[in-house]
Design a protein around this ligand. Structure first.
Ligand code: BGC
Length: 337
């Protein structure tokens, strides 16, 4: 069942999607996922994503809790790129680089929406030519569907002028319900390489094989056993804050919290994900009076390669006029007995 549970100012609504397995609370502000309420192995319900009680925090703070991120997720080096011989300048909002779509990226925009049926919401946003410096009127449709224990998110976009796009969702997962940090979460990532980053978090263009490094999660490993390892890239990132390049096209990331018997299976059409161990959270107030610190959650930000426009020969983030951007990521919240 889907129902609007609260109407705030400026056309912002809070909407609950509920079935026997899950309740997912979302907003048309940034298509934000506010709550994911799921059972543990004993039937106790907890909220397994970070967020705020006070809605204003979503509008003013910068950690993108639960938000859809675009037009371009992650960083663009120096906030400049050229396309079809034209140079574009974007906001510099993260060290010397552009991050997460700029000052007022999609995370901070109010989407129109329609409740399609008892399990589907379709959001819509028209990003104008020149918004945040990006070319082309981009027409974006985002579909949230709750199917049993799975949330399916589909992104569809077209443009009237060649542009660049890289959409992700920035949920911060903690399957214990924030009863502990993520050190005892088991992480599995089907990836053979990761992208090295510089101290500003920008990929350097160098890729490393995960084999023999703390980045090898092909066999599940506890995040806490890896995140503080003596590794140059982990030091530079203050933990994991790196793009992983997938080796399979389904069930690429699995996060498990054995104590509660909760598991999250992420499956995507996208070629990689930024795995981020919330390194920059520093005590801000979140839901239920909890304070959020580094390592209190892990983000699994499925996406094309960050800064692809500078790093790839045929950048996967280019969307040409007449083409359709069509990507899907699903999040299965599974209870394991
Ligand atoms: C970035 C982090 C950043 C976080 C919140 C992640 O996607 O990689 O460096 O701190 O988003 O903005």
């Amino acid at each position: 069942m889907i129902r609007v549970i609260e109407k705030l100012e400026d056309g912002i609504d809070i909407i609950s999607m509920k079935n026997d397995d899950l309740e997912v609370v979302v907003s048309n502000f940034g298509c934000t996922i506010i709550k994911v309420l799921m059972k543990d192995k004993n039937g106790n319900i907890d909220d397994v994503v970070l967020g705020y009680d006070d809605f204003q925090s979503y509008q003013t703070l910068d950690a993108y809790l639960g938000a859809l991120v675009g037009r371009i997720a992650n960083r663009i080096g120096k906030g400049k790129f050229s396309l079809n011989g034209e140079e574009y300048t974007l906001a510099i909002n993260n060290g010397p680089n552009h991050l997460h779509g700029g000052i007022k990226g999609f995370s901070y925009q109010v989407f129109d929406y329609e409740i399609k049926d008892e399990r589907t919401i379709e959001f819509h946003y028209l990003s104008k030519d020149g918004e945040e410096g990006y070319p082309g009127n981009l027409d974006l449709k985002v579909i949230y569907e709750l199917k049993g224990d799975t949330v399916c998110v589909r992104y569809l976009a077209t443009t009237d002028k060649d542009t660049i796009i890289n959409i992700t969702n920035h949920s911060y997962f903690n399957l214990s319900g924030k009863k502990e940090n993520i050190y005892h979460h088991l992480l599995e990532v089907k990836a053979d390489r990761f992208a090295c980053v510089d101290p500003d978090g920008l990929p350097t263009g160098e890729f490393k094989a995960v084999e023999g490094t703390p980045f090898d999660f092909n066999t599940p490993a506890y995040i806490g056993e890896r995140v503080d390892c003596d590794d140059e890239q982990l030091k530079i990132g203050k933990g994991f804050d790196h793009p992983f390049i997938f080796t399979t096209d389904h069930n690429q990331v699995i996060l498990t919290h054995e104590k509660s018997g909760r598991s999250l299976i992420v499956s995507t059409t996208l070629p990689g994900a930024q795995i981020y161990t919330a390194n920059y959270l520093d005590g801000r107030l979140g839901k239920y009076g909890h304070h959020y610190d580094a390592r209190d959650a892990v983000c699994i930000e499925t996406q094309n390669l960050p800064d692809a426009i500078h790093l790839e020969e045929n950048p996967t983030t280019i969307l040409k006029k007449g083409e359709v951007y069509d990507e899907m990521t699903s999040y299965q919240f599974k209870v394991i007995k």
